[in-house]
Write a protein that binds this ligand. Structure first.
Ligand code: ITT
Length: 197
């Protein structure tokens, strides 16, 4: 089994990556498995730049290829807010509570009929520290519900309706979400790259 180290502190991302990568022969470890914790400053201006920052910090500390994920939700009626700040917005403006964030987002949207939203994901692969980063991206389009539905997934999922699967992510099963998600689309590109090397 080939080992990939996933540079994340997000246990939900870890679970989704494991579910998608383990059936095809990859062992997914995290820095925790090596007794290491890092929290590099994500001061990039794109998902790809931030994914590279996390990958590089981790690859300096372990002797395995590293992957990382930077992702976020872009609300079209709010000029693509919160985007790369999706995690920081909830932590700093909503006391870390997604329930508060959903109320705040609805307040910001007001009567705006444009409730379209997109999940974006960039996965970075860094096999060796000195390599150029490889970036793989995926987008999952949908729209925001008027109020949260279900408790499935994580983060913004209870407020998100995926147009491709015509499903609310808050009530979709893990397999259903993983079939169409931004993360899955980026991961398919990573797998194509790894298989063709
Ligand atoms: P790491 O940096 O440690 O990987 P993080 O959660 O801080 O974890 P990001 O900086 O990439 O990761 O922020 C991504 C945020 O975007 C995440 O915390 C959610 O709020 C949101 N998000 C991304 N993918 C999502 C998904 O599949 N479902 C729901 N929300 C998602």
């Amino acid at each position: 089994m080939k080992t990939l180290v996933l540079a994340t502190n997000n246990k939900h991302k870890l679970r989704e990556f494991k579910e998608m990568l383990e059936p095809i022969g990859y062992e997914v470890k995290t820095l925790k498995d090596f007794g290491i914790t890092i929290d590099p400053e994500e001061n990039g201006t794109t998902y790809g730049e931030n994914a590279y920052i996390k990958c590089k910090a981790a690859r300096a500390l372990v002797d395995h290829p590293v992957i990382s994920d930077d992702s976020g939700i872009e609300i079209l009626g709010l000029n693509r807010f919160p985007g790369i700040h999706s995690s920081r917005y909830v932590d700093s403006e909503c006391n870390g509570s997604y329930e508060e964030a959903f109320v705040d987002i609805n307040k910001k949207l007001g009567n705006n009929p444009d409730r379209r939203a997109e999940y974006h994901c960039a996965i970075c692969l860094l096999e060796n520290l000195e390599d150029e980063p490889k970036i793989f991206e995926g987008v999952c389009p949908g729209y925001l519900l008027m109020e949260p539905n279900g408790i499935g997934g994580f983060g913004y999922d209870p407020l998100f309706h995926c147009t491709e699967s015509d499903q609310d992510f808050g009530i979709a099963t893990e397999d259903e979400k993983n079939a169409v998600s931004h993360r899955k689309k980026a991961l398919v590109k990573l797998m194509e790259y790894l298989n063709n090397k």
